[in-house]
Write a protein that binds this ligand. Structure first.
Ligand SMILES: [Zn+2]
Ligand SMILES: [Zn+2]
Length: 344
């Protein structure tokens, strides 16, 4: 099969031919129809993720068609249109048994713990637990865009933030994660404030439901406190940077919730946290990382009913031959909307 592979971290990936994968007994192989290019792939390529061994094929935001089925798989057959959360549970640890597959103790992540979906085919483990059927009406590029940024934002806003109608929600960073969060929190009835350095992203945040947009170079905390008359109830760092994390914590009202969604890796792995505010105002600090396959039903229902429109967040559609360049440039934040590989 054709695949994007890198031999060494930070060395340009190449489009090469490698052997087709075969399904494990409990797994399936998917024919990839669409796969998103994500900043996490860039972190992986930079060498920031200890799960990755080279040579490696990145890619974890995927949708496709079941191509081959392992002998122990009960729920899936060749030809099914499916997607998968980027964190796949093992099905047998205490977290999986509790329904928290997104923090599985033995989790598999395509494109991290094994070869991913920048390829014609990708193997998925524990298919009965992790694979999700797509609605007939959903195209593959939109489905691919759900798996990482959108599903993570859904969990951050709905399950971790427990955002409710009338609350103020601040979203720091309006890339793929942030714009998803703006859309989801708005659909939940919250008043959303988007923050970014890029006017184009702020304009899109307002189109997607934000009631206010703030230039990230301005006094962000002061502006949010003024608009919200005291601070946000829930605030997300959707970028993953010490500056946005700090603003997100400081813009909260007492007993507010900060949700860290953007990854903090490399030089940013241990940021200084404004602890006096957290103690004195009983601020909650929560992480959010992916979502479980069993929560896709709720999210897909909101898409099918028209309350959420993730297709709005799909940006450029590219071929696999353009993927190495797109991957290496992911740290430059240039694109509005997610870049998705749709031809192989
Ligand atoms: Zn991703
Ligand atoms: Zn598990």
């Amino acid at each position: 099969m054709k695949a994007v592979l890198f031999e060494k971290f930070q060395e340009a990936p190449k489009v090469v031919n490698v052997a087709d994968p075969a399904p494990e007994a409990h797994g399936v192989v998917l024919k990839v129809e669409a796969t998103g290019v994500c900043r996490s792939d860039w972190h992986g390529w930079m060498g920031h993720d200890s799960d990755i061994e080279v040579p490696h094929i990145p890619g974890h935001e995927l949708a496709g068609v079941v191509e081959a089925v392992g002998k122990d798989v009960k729920n899936w057959k060749v030809g099914d249109r499916v997607t998968v959360p980027f964190i796949c549970g093992c099905g047998s640890c205490s977290e999986c048994h509790a329904g928290h597959q997104q923090v599985c103790l033995h989790q598999e992540q395509p494109g991290f713990t094994h070869w991913g979906s920048f390829a014609e085919y990708v193997p998925i483990h524990q298919a009965d637990l992790n694979v999700v059927a797509l609605p007939e009406t959903m195209d593959f590029a939109t489905a691919a865009s759900l798996g990482c940024r959108f599903a993570t934002s859904f969990r951050a806003v709905i399950d971790q933030g427990k955002v409710s109608a009338g609350q103020w929600v601040a979203v720091h960073g309006c890339g793929g994660v942030g714009l998803s969060a703006v859309m989801i929190a708005s659909a939940a009835g919250a008043n959303v404030i988007g923050v970014d350095l890029d006017p184009a992203k702020l304009a899109l945040a307002k189109e997607l439901g934000a009631v206010a947009a703030i230039d990230g170079k301005s006094d962000v905390v002061g502006a949010i406190k003024e608009i919200t008359k005291g601070g946000a109830h829930v605030s997300l760092d959707a970028l993953g940077h010490p500056a946005t994390m700090t603003n997100s914590i400081l813009c909260l009202r007492p007993r507010g919730k900060h949700i860290q969604v953007g990854l903090m890796l490399g030089d940013h792995a241990t940021p200084a946290v404004p602890m006096p505010k957290i103690v004195g105002q009983e601020i909650e600090l929560l992480g959010s990382h992916g979502t479980q396959a069993h929560r896709y039903g709720a999210m897909l229902d909101m898409v099918e009913s028209g309350k959420l429109n993730p297709a709005r967040l799909v940006g450029d559609k590219i071929s696999i031959d353009a993927a190495p360049e797109a991957l290496m440039n992911m740290d430059k934040f240039q694109s509005v909307g997610a870049t998705v590989i749709t031809s192989f």
